[in-house]
Ligand binder design. Structure first.
Ligand code: ZN
Length: 110
């Protein structure tokens, strides 16, 4: 599962940044098209496996313009994306949505 490896990488990066300190909260940024509930559920599962249970997980969403090969560029209306697929509002081509998960901040105990 693709998201699982993304979240695993994220948690490992948090641990690298935290070093010996305990992580209190993690903030990430992702496109609005990402299923936030799924992301949060995965984060809880992966962070628990990595002995980071109880970490607060904040998700910031960004409205990144989406680009199609036909030249369309803009926000995707909610009905134009289904799961991990986007349907171009102009040419109706179906494309996979990119999973972008950006680590914004790792807050640790001092
Ligand atoms: Zn298009």
């Amino acid at each position: 599962m693709h998201e699982y490896s993304l979240v695993t990488e994220l948690v490992e990066e948090c641990q690298r940044r935290a070093g010996q300190r305990r992580v209190r909260s993690v903030t990430v940024r992702c496109p609005v098209t990402v299923d936030r509930l799924e992301l949060k559920t995965l984060f809880v599962a992966v962070s628990t496996e990595h002995h980071m249970a109880g970490v607060r997980f904040e998700i910031e969403t960004v409205n990144t313009p989406w680009r199609c090969t036909c030249g369309y560029e803009g926000e995707l209306p909610p009905e134009a994306h289904v799961g991990h697929l986007a349907v171009c509002p102009r040419c109706s081509v179906v494309q996979p949505l990119e999973d972008v998960l950006e680590l914004v901040a790792v807050d640790t105990e001092t």
